[in-house]
Design a protein around this ligand. Structure first.
Ligand SMILES: Nc1ncnc2c1ncn2[C@@H]1O[C@H](COP(=O)(O)OP(=O)(O)OP(=O)(O)O)[C@@H](O)[C@H]1O
Length: 626
């Protein structure tokens, strides 16, 4: 067993491995480097001019160390030969000229260094902004069920978290190239004097590199393995202190529970990371000592050559300086190499995220995309539709067949968890059925462009989003292109009764809603619901879906909303989900589902006359009012 193998086995012996999270193999690390060309292409695309400028400055700067050392050698040799001349013949002019040259090089080096740092930071900021935008764009294209998958969330999280280190990686890759060129210049000088010095240099530096890369790999494995827990930590931090949760956290006295869990997890991570950084520091010191020993060995050799008169004093400083400089550069290159490899591993997460593809998308190129019917002629037909959520054991819907006729108002009735919201999500193609199919005017929904379909559908979900935006924009999210069309927004507000809410706000339509931002005003549940309903009226949709749109409204508001709803949706198809039979009975037909299965369909009088499940539920609720 070689010395290094046994050394690394010892380093590895006590390391804590996160449960079930295997370390990455060397092959995985090396293969992660394949991500670099793509990464460099992205940097180039960010700004070709900044990238070019950066590379040009770095190229010039790469030549400076050897030039400065060489001028230093000339200065010393000139001074020594000057000191040997008779006093009358001594003139400082050549030395001063050389000094002026070195001064100029020093100024140039500093200016180039600052220029490079400036371009790095500008390019890094631009790159970070553009990748954040790309992340948001790509996330917006993905399917809803991908968001419900925790492995997906971990990927997204890692891709997001690494924004900063990607900009560091960019600077590192560029510095790497620059230092390689500097090294090549210096190596020529050193090798001309004695090639063995180059070998000594490698012996001094390579162990440190191996140690560095080993610990980088451990650190990546630890952080990678801890992604779900770190996500949980973020969640706990957010839940423990946010305006949305403060009310319940206080009432239920949850802060102790949340803090305890946070403390436990963060402590575990701290302990594992601590032992890693301590071992890293210890081994780092050892390898630095090996490096220093190599340097002093070379120094002794060079001095002995100077003492024997084989080289001049100027050459001595040039060689000693070159050796020290090369050691620094090589150490930099090697340790950066391992962090570049580590960065490339994180890039893998980043690219993995971008390789995720939505399944619900426009029909493939070449396949005919069916234009959305305007107006819808027959309606939607469910044919033996079944749906199972990702990772769920049971079916949310099964064997569901019925027709939603064009222009009809259909109410969905069923107990909690019966599958009503799921049905609506299938209509909007947030998911595709697991079995069976949904037809629109006789053709499978999958033949239409999902973006066009969603334009023609307006859905207000029971858990609608309370956007922290001004009142007008909060309504306009129903049709964001119209966010500046005040008359249209006001009309939608009147239709949904939100106008009475907005007129009471100090700044009317400009009033920021929600407490997150300065000057924001919060609304009651029913007031929020009126705003959300307004979004439905902002849309020019042919199919309107309201999922418990009035649950938080008072009795008078609910009555009014539905009186208007019938008029306002004249000629349009609508689906209503409600647990209130006073609302449900206004629908043309009512579909009753239970445990995801079809039970019955018909108008209110028909279903009452039939005396089935609907009649039973209706009487149950009516009895409560007597
Ligand atoms: N994202 C999801 N992932 C896994 N299961 C889900 C998801 N959403 C809903 N379910 C399950 O699917 C079933 C149907 O849920 P759905 O939300 O469609 O019911 P619902 O009839 O709208 O209920 P409610 O009246 O309470 O709103 C339930 O058993 C529910 O637990």
């Amino acid at each position: 067993m070689s010395f290094w193998t046994s050394l690394f086995q010892r380093i590895s012996a006590k390391r804590p491995r996160p449960e079930g999270k295997p370390a990455l193999t060397v092959r995985e690390r090396v293969s992660a480097l394949r991500n670099l060309p793509e990464f460099l292409r992205l940097i180039w695309q960010t700004s070709p001019s900044l990238t070019l400028g950066n590379v040009a400055l770095r190229l010039v700067r790469a030549g400076l160390p050897v030039a400065m050392l060489y001028v230093g050698q000339l200065i010393l040799d000139a001074v020594v030969s000057l000191s040997r001349l008779p006093a009358a013949e001594r003139t400082l002019t050549p030395v001063l000229e050389l000094l002026a040259l070195e001064f100029g090089l020093a100024i140039l080096s500093d200016a180039l260094g600052r220029g490079v740092a400036l371009l790095d930071s500008l390019l890094g900021d631009l790159f970070a902004n553009q990748t954040s935008v790309r992340l948001m764009q790509h996330a917006a294209e993905l399917d809803l069920d991908q968001f419900e998958d925790s492995a997906f969330y971990d990927k997204l999280e890692r891709a997001r978290r690494q924004t900063l280190s990607r900009t560091v990686l960019m600077a590192q890759v560029l510095s790497q190239a620059q230092d390689f060129i500097s090294m090549a210049f210096l190596a020529v000088g050193l090798a001309a004097f004695n090639p063995w010095l180059l070998l000594l240099l490698l012996v001094a530096v390579v162990p440190a590199f191996l140690g560095e890369s080993h610990f980088n790999e451990r650190s990546y494995s630890l952080v990678h393995g801890w992604t779900p827990e770190r996500r949980e930590l973020d969640y706990l931090r957010q839940t423990g202190a946010s305006d949305e949760t403060a009310k319940e956290v206080k009432i239920f006295g949850l802060s102790g529970f949340l803090i305890e869990r946070f403390r436990l997890l963060s402590d575990q991570f701290y302990q594992q990371n601590k032992s890693l950084v301590i071992r890293r520091a210890g081994w780092g010191t050892f390898f630095a000592a090996v490096g220093a020993a190599g340097y002093y060995g070379a120094y002794v050799y060079i001095i002995s050559q100077a003492a024997a008169g084989r080289i001049s004093v100027g050459q001595l400083t040039f060689l000693a300086g070159s050796f020290a400089r090369m050691r620094g550069l090589l150490e930099g290159i090697l340790s950066r190499f391992s962090s570049v490899a580590e960065g490339a591993l994180y890039l893998q997460d980043f690219f993995d995220f971008f390789h995720l593809q939505p399944r619900i998308r426009r029909p493939a190129e070449g396949a005919a995309v069916r234009p959305f019917p305007r107006p819808i002629r027959e309606g939607f037909t469910f044919e033996g539709v079944g749906f199972k959520y990702r990772n769920a054991q049971k079916w949310a819907l099964r064997n569901l067949s019925f027709q939603l006729r064009a222009g009809e108002k259909l109410a969905l009735v069923g107990e909690n968890g019966a599958g009503k919201t799921t049905l609506v999500k299938l209509l909007a193609r947030l998911y595709d059925p697991t079995e069976g199919r949904i037809l629109l005017d006789g053709h499978d929904l999958r033949e239409y462009d999902p973006a066009e379909l969603r334009q023609e559908i307006g859905v207000i979900f029971q858990d609608f989003v309370r956007f922290q935006l001004p009142a007008g924009q909060n309504l306009a999210v129903g049709r964001i292109e119209e966010k500046d069309n005040r008359p249209r927004i006001e009309q939608a507000a009147q239709q949904s009764l939100a106008d009475s809410v907005i007129s009471k706000l100090p700044q009317g339509y400009e009033q920021m809603i929600g407490r997150r931002f300065n000057g924001g005003v919060d609304l009651s549940g029913g007031e929020w619901q009126k705003i959300a309903l307004g979004r439905a009226y902002m849309r020019d949709a042919q199919l309107l879906i309201l999922d418990e749109p009035t649950a938080a409204l008072d009795a008078r508001a609910e009555y009014e909303v539905f009186q208007r709803f019938k008029d306002l949706t004249q000629g349009k198809t609508a689906v209503l989900i409600s647990h209130r039979f006073s609302t449900v009975r206004m629908a043309d037909r009512i579909l009753v589902i239970e445990h995801g299965q079809f039970v019955e369909i018909g108008s209110h009088p028909e279903l009452l006359a039939r005396g089935g499940r609907y009649a039973e539920l209706f009487r149950l609720q009516a009895a409560g009012y007597q």
